[in-house]
Design a binder for this molecule. Structure first.
Ligand SMILES: C[S@@+](CC[C@H](N)C(=O)[O-])C[C@H]1O[C@@H](n2cnc3c(N)ncnc32)[C@H](O)[C@@H]1O
Length: 264
């Protein structure tokens, strides 16, 4: 065997350096993502506890019709209960809107919400809430097809890209029982360019520079998911975009709202 010449030795040391640098970048990125998830769970818990009462009122009015849902499951029907899947449950800010006896299945990819969610659900013994399934909704194959009466997302799809959103919507259609309903309440890109053009510009700058998504765990201010919902294959969709009158400065940018119900 011949010895390595100077050029081979330079090559192999450069390749080693590049591999070590890539490995280091990957480790740094993993650590940053981990810290970002912890920070976001703490932040969302703070926000949930200091939520603008107007947001709670608007959300409450919107989700109130869930209580008139009749379950597809004969056993649950007898108990006047439903099975509800909440995607991106976070700390569990929506418990108070769910009817008594609800069988609650929840999915969220951020494991650091678990303790807040567990603490919060203790306050709602009228709901049978399951442990968080820690996964992205794109991958929630463990939730049985045609098993859910109502699916809810509130401020979730803003953190998911176009392909992910389409996958999640297909999963929602799959898990809903025939006639089941998908309730969506999402903040979207400003559409009124005449009255609120400045807000739209700021939304685009903060999202394109990745400043907002970096701070708020992937949240994008310039998304609008109605077209994707319309393409998914629901039998009926009622949706509207509207501006909420909100006092909290945080909510000036996460406005307007797209809310609606899609029926399987
Ligand atoms: C702004 S928080 C909203 C939490 C809660 N829904 C609420 O209204 O207070 C966004 C939530 O979506 C979750 N999320 C982000 N990407 C997701 C995905 N691909 N699948 C499911 N949940 C996701 C986040 O972990 C987080 O809990």
């Amino acid at each position: 065997m011949g010895e390595e010449g100077p050029s081979e030795s330079w090559m192999s040391s450069t390749v080693t350096k590049v591999l070590v640098a890539l490995l280091l970048l990957w480790v740094i990125w993993k650590i940053v993502s981990y810290i970002r998830q912890i920070w976001f769970a703490i932040f969302l818990n703070y926000l949930s506890n200091t939520m603008d009462p107007k947001v709670l009122e608007v959300k409450g009015n919107f989700l109130s019709s869930i209580s008139s849902t009749v379950s597809h499951d004969p056993q649950l029907r007898k108990e006047n209960a439903i099975r509800l899947l909440e995607i991106g449950v976070g700390t569990g800010t929506n418990f108070s809107y769910y009817p008594d006896g609800t069988r609650l299945v929840v999915v969220d990819p951020n494991p650091h919400f678990r303790s807040y969610y567990d603490e919060n659900r203790k306050k709602f013994p009228n709901i049978h809430s399951e442990d968080i399934i820690v996964t992205k909704a794109e991958d929630m194959d463990m939730v049985e097809s045609n098993s859910i009466d109502v699916v809810v997302t509130t401020w979730v799809l803003c953190s998911v890209d176009k392909t992910g959103t389409e996958k999640i919507l297909r999963q929602i259609l799959r898990v809903l029982a025939p006639g089941g309903k998908y309730y969506f309440y999402e903040h979207v890109e400003e559409f009124d360019t005449v009255r609120h053009g400045t807000r739209r510009t700021i939304q685009h700058i903060l999202t394109a520079t990745r400043i907002w998504p970096f701070i708020f765990d992937g949240c994008c201010l310039n998304r609008d998911m109605l077209a994707a919902i319309q393409k998914t294959g629901f039998s009926k969709i009622e949706a509207q975009r509207s501006h909420n009158v909100l006092d909290h400065f945080m909510f000036q940018l996460v406005n307007p709202t797209l809310k609606g119900v899609a029926v399987k």
